[in-house]
Ligand binder design. Structure first.
Ligand code: GDU
Length: 339
């Protein structure tokens, strides 16, 4: 709990109506000492994911005038920045759009923070900055080497943050998410992208008969069954990491970057099997060629986040994660259109 001059800390959550942002908003709204303002352009986010009583501003971070107005009105103490275009495949097809939204938009946000003397920034970075790492699990200090424009946009912002600390005294934490998944324990907020490109929601669509099958993108990788390995980390665990990161930043005033995962990996086939086990539903799979821009294996070493932030995961197995996601999907067959 943080009180400044007996007032709650004001946190501007950019992208707070998106998948990960909305889970952060839900967790933060249960804590005392914070006032939350959500900024989202609703291009991908869902207004229905925002709890009642939370201030909401529909705005785009590329709109400098809107940023100026919002910072003047709310005078935030810290910014959490979840806004981004997030599809690796789309980023390969449209790099300019990705650099504009993810890099230029973030520069405008940082410029507005600087003008209004807002010092604390928590950034949604990604395992995609590591490309094809030489060794896994990936420690925080491994040199980034992205292999697609999406990952590159995240790495560029990490470098901009380091130079901004040097020049302006910005204090930041980069949280490199591995594969976010799962849903809030209540089952009333969850993962709903349009179009959906993420593995677990797509498998549920196959299980629910909304698509005829699930495609497996490549079985010729150097992994135990030839399909890609990812580190699946529950979205609520990611949310709590943000709160720990903010507490740390204010307490220690020290910029840091952390990899956030579970320390273990699952192949695409293993995730599909977990969905079959949890739902009890059989469905078809189709073997396809590799998807452009995919890394073979991405697994985090999150030890520093645990030790330095005091971060603890609640969800450890793919079955528990899939079960929490299933609770949302089976009650929201059409995602947020169902409520
Ligand atoms: O229909 C599908 C969809 C995905 N996959 C495979 O499943 C794995 C996971 O794919 P996702 O699209 O769910 O996730 P990514 O690992 O590609 O991307 C995730 O992690 C990235 C970092 O690596 C970014 O942060 C991104 O936003 C986030 O979704 C990949 O091996 C992918 O090839 C399939 O086989 N079939």
């Amino acid at each position: 709990m943080f009180l400044r001059n007996s007032k709650a800390m004001r946190i501007l959550v950019c992208g707070g109506a998106g998948y990960i942002g909305s889970h952060l908003v839900r967790e933060l709204s249960t804590q005392q000492g914070y006032e939350i303002i959500v900024l989202d352009n609703l291009s991908k986010g869902h207004i229905k994911s925002i709890p009642n009583g939370i201030k909401f501003e529909k705005a785009d971070i590329r709109d400098k005038k809107a940023l100026e107005r919002i910072f003047s009105e709310y005078k935030p103490d810290a910014v959490m920045h979840f806004c981004a275009s997030i599809s690796i495949e789309e980023s390969v097809a449209d790099p300019l759009g990705y650099y504009e939204n993810n890099v230029v938009g973030t520069i405008y946000l940082l410029q507005t923070m600087k003008k209004h003397n807002v010092k604390y920034f928590i950034f949604s970075s990604s395992s995609a900055i590591f490309g094809n790492p030489k060794e896994v699990p990936i420690a925080d200090n491994i040199q980034p080497d992205p292999i697609n424009p999406y990952g590159d946009t995240k790495y560029i912002v990490e470098k901009i943050l380091a130079w901004s600390e040097n020049a302006y005294g910005l204090k930041y934490i980069c949280l490199r998410y591995f594969n976010a998944c799962g849903a809030h324990e209540s089952g009333d907020i969850g993962e709903d992208h349009d179009p959906e490109t993420h593995l677990i929601p797509l498998i549920f669509q196959a299980a629910l008969g909304q698509r005829s099958s699930i495609s497996i993108f490549g079985n010729d990788y150097d992994t135990k069954d030839g399909t890609c390995v990812r580190d699946y980390i529950h979205v609520t665990d990611l949310a709590t990491a943000h709160i720990k990161a903010l507490e740390y930043l204010i307490r220690e005033n020290k910029s840091q970057s952390f990899n956030l995962g579970s320390g273990g990996g699952y192949t695409v086939n293993e995730v599909i099997n977990a969905v079959v086990d949890v739902t009890g539903i059989q469905f078809s799979t189709i073997m396809e060629s590799r998807r452009p821009g995919d890394s073979a294996v991405l697994i985090a070493n999150s030890t520093r986040a645990e030790q330095i932030l005091g971060w603890k995961r609640k969800y450890d197995t793919i079955e528990d994660i899939v079960a929490s996601a299933w609770k949302y999907h089976k009650s929201h067959i059409n995602g947020y259109n169902d409520r």
